[in-house]
Design a protein around this ligand. Structure first.
Ligand SMILES: Cc1cc2nc3c(=O)[nH]c(=O)nc-3n(C[C@H](O)[C@H](O)[C@H](O)COP(=O)(O)OP(=O)(O)OC[C@H]3O[C@@H](n4cnc5c(N)ncnc54)[C@H](O)[C@@H]3O)c2cc1C
Length: 461
C-alpha cells in the first residue's frame, strides 16, 4: 500500500475525483484480456501531459511503479500492474486535436478509440488503415505502444507505418517530442520508432501525429470456404506468389468457424473446414479484375462455397463474424493461451500442418485464425486448467509452436507484444547480446525501473 502522503500528492496533481484506492476500482484496473490479475495500489486518471509529468517526477523520486493503461484489451499483460503501484489510466486524454486535410495527418491524444478516429477521418474522405479486431474499444495509445496490426495490414502496413511523431513523458517526467509532421525527418535518433512497440516501458505517450491516406473509392469483400485447412493456407501463399496483395487475407479454421457458426447468419456449409475473408479495395473498375484473379488462384485448392458481399452492411456482417471469433473461443474450453506467431507467408502451410500435429499429439484443441496474409496466425491453445495436466500440455504446445515458428524463419509475436506472457520465451528468439542491448536502453532511460516494470524481460534474463 502507498503512504497517505503519496495519495495526497496524486490528489493535488489530478484532483481528488480522479484518484481512487477503493478496492472495487483497484480490481477494475487490475487485468487485461489475458485475465491475469494484479491490483494496483491506486488508480490515477490524469487529464494531460503536464499532470502525467508531475506524477512521473514524483513516482521516479519515490521509486513507485507506474503502469500506463489504455483500454486494457492487450493480450500479453502489458498494462497489468504486476508490482502494484499506480495504474495510470489514459482514457481521459481522448481528443482528436485536428485532422489536417492539406497535409493528410491527424493529431490525437492517446485515449482516442481507434474506430472513433477512423470514422472521423473517413467522413472527410481520408483513411487510417490499422484496424485491430479490437478497434471498437482499443485506444490509439495502446495501438502505438503495441504496434497493433489488423486485417488490412497485409496491404497497408501496421501502426508503426502511420506514426510520424509523438509527445512523450519520460520516466523522469520530462515532456519530449519525437519526429514531427513531415513525411521525412532524419535529425537525431528515430525516437518515434523506438517508442512504437515499447509496450509502455520507455515513456508515456501523450500525443500522436498520424499519417492518413486517401480513402479507397470502393471495396469488395469475399468469404471463401475451403474443404481443408491446408487448401486455405496454400491459397494464401499462392495469392501472394501470384503478386497480388489484397487488402485483407484473413483465415479461420474449422473450430473457429464452429464457435461463430450459431451467431453467424452466413450459411456456412458443413463441408467448409476453413475460410478466408478476402477483401480488395481501390478504384471500382479494377476491383472485379483483381477479385477474379484471386478466385482463379484459389478455386483449384478446394473451394466449396464463396459468398460475395453486395453491400457495406453485408461486408460488415462478414467482418463481425471474424471479430466475434476471439470472444467465442471459450466454448471450446474455459482457458486459452493466445499466441500470435508470424512466419514468412510461403511457410504458412508448413506452420499450419505443424500446429495440427502438435494439437493431435498433445490431445488438446488448438484453434487457428487471424491475419494469414501477413503470415500472422492467432494460435489459441484451449485448455481447462481444472483438468490435471492441461496446463503442462499448454506449456509444451507453446514451446513446440515457438520452436517451429523460429525454425521457419518467423517470430513469436506479430502484433500482441511480449508483456508478461511471452517474457519467459524471448531467449528462444533473441540472443544474449541483443537482449543485453535492449535492456541497456531500458536502464539508461528508466534507471529506477518505474515504468511498467516486469514487462518484456524477466528480471533474471
Ligand atoms: C477481441 C480482441 C481482438 C484483438 N485484435 C487485435 C488485432 O487484430 N491486432 C492487434 O494488434 N491486437 C489485437 N488485440 C490486442 C489489443 O487490442 C491491442 O494490443 C491494442 O493495441 C491494445 O490497446 P489498449 O488501448 O487496450 O491498450 P492496453 O491493453 O491498455 O495497453 C497495451 C500496452 O500499451 C501500453 N500503453 C497504453 N497506452 C499507453 C500510452 N498512452 N503510453 C504508453 N504506453 C501505453 C500499456 O502499458 C501496455 O503495455 C485484440 C484484443 C482483443 C481483446
Amino acid at each position: 500500500m502507498l503512504e497517505k502522503r503519496i495519495i495526497a500528492i496524486l490528489q493535488d496533481i489530478v484532483g481528488k475525483e480522479y484518484v481512487s484506492t477503493e478496492q472495487a476500482d483497484r480490481i477494475c484496473y487490475s487485468y487485461d484480456a489475458t485475465q491475469q490479475q494484479f491490483n494496483p495500489d491506486v488508480v490515477v486518471r490524469p487529464a494531460d501531459a503536464e499532470q502525467i509529468s508531475l506524477i512521473l517526477k514524483m513516482a521516479n523520486a519515490e521509486k513507485i511503479p507506474v503502469y500506463p493503461r489504455g483500454a486494457a484489451s492487450g493480450f500479453t499483460g502489458g498494462s497489468v500492474p504486476i508490482k502494484g503501484g499506480i495504474a495510470l489510466v489514459l482514457t481521459r486524454l481522448n481528443r482528436i486535436l485536428r485532422i489536417d486535410q492539406d497535409n493528410l495527418i491527424a493529431e490525437v491524444e492517446p485515449g482516442v478509440i481507434t474506430a472513433t478516429l477512423q470514422k472521423a477521418v473517413e467522413e472527410v474522405g481520408l483513411f487510417y488503415p490499422p484496424d485491430p479486431a479490437s478497434l471498437k474499444f482499443s485506444t490509439l495509445g495502446g495501438n502505438v505502444a503495441e504496434c497493433a496490426g489488423g486485417p488490412r495490414c497485409v496491404k497497408y502496413g501496421v501502426t508503426k507505418d502511420y506514426v510520424l511523431g509523438m509527445e512523450v513523458v519520460t520516466p523522469q517526467g520530462d515532456i519530449i517530442r519525437t519526429g514531427g509532421e513531415t513525411m521525412k525527418g532524419v535529425v537525431g535518433y528515430d525516437l518515434t520508432k523506438l517508442m512504437v512497440g515499447c509496450e509502455g516501458t520507455l515513456g508515456v505517450i501523450t500525443k500522436i501525429i498520424l499519417k492518413l491516406i486517401p480513402k479507397p473509392e470502393a471495396k469488395k469483400t469475399m468469404l471463401v470456404m475451403f474443404d481443408s485447412i491446408d487448401g486455405a493456407a496454400q491459397a494464401v501463399s499462392s495469392i501472394i506468389r501470384g503478386k497480388i496483395i489484397p487488402t485483407t487475407l484473413e483465415f479461420m479454421d474449422a473450430t473457429a468457424l464452429a464457435c461463430v457458426r450459431q451467431n453467424a447468419d452466413l450459411d456456412i456449409p458443413d463441408a467448409a473446414r476453413a475460410v478466408l475473408i478476402i477483401e480488395v479495395d481501390g478504384e471500382r473498375e479494377l476491383l472485379e479484375r483483381q477479385a477474379a484473379r484471386i478466385m482463379d488462384i484459389a478455386s483449384p485448392l478446394g473451394v466449396v462455397h464463396t459468398r460475395v458481399a453486395v453491400s457495406d452492411e453485408e461486408s460488415e456482417q462478414i467482418w463481425q463474424v471474424r471479430r466475434s471469433v476471439s470472444p467465442s473461443l471459450r466454448k471450446v474450453n474455459p482457458d486459452k493461451y493466445n499466441e500470435d506467431i508470424c512466419v514468412p507467408r510461403s511457410k504458412l502451410p508448413d506452420m499450419i500442418r505443424a500446429i495440427e500435429a502438435i494439437s493431435k499429439r498433445l490431445e488438446i484443441p488448438i484453434v487457428n485464425f487471424g491475419h494469414a496474409g501477413d503470415g500472422n496466425i492467432h494460435v489459441n491453445i484451449m485448455v481447462n486448467r481444472a483438468i490435471e495436466g492441461h496446463e503442462e500440455k499448454a506449456e509444451t504446445a507453446i514451446r513446440d509452436i515457438f520452436a517451429k515458428t523460429l525454425e521457419l524463419g518467423g517470430t513469436m509475436s506479430g502484433e500482441h507484444g511480449v508483456g508478461t506472457s511471452k517474457a519467459p520465451y524471448i531467449p528462444m528468439e533473441l540472443d544474449v547480446a541483443t537482449i543485453a542491448y535492449m535492456k541497456a536502453i531500458k536502464r539508461a532511460l528508466d534507471p529506477n525501473n518505474i515504468l511498467n516494470p516486469g514487462k518484456i524481460f524477466l528480471e533474471d534474463q
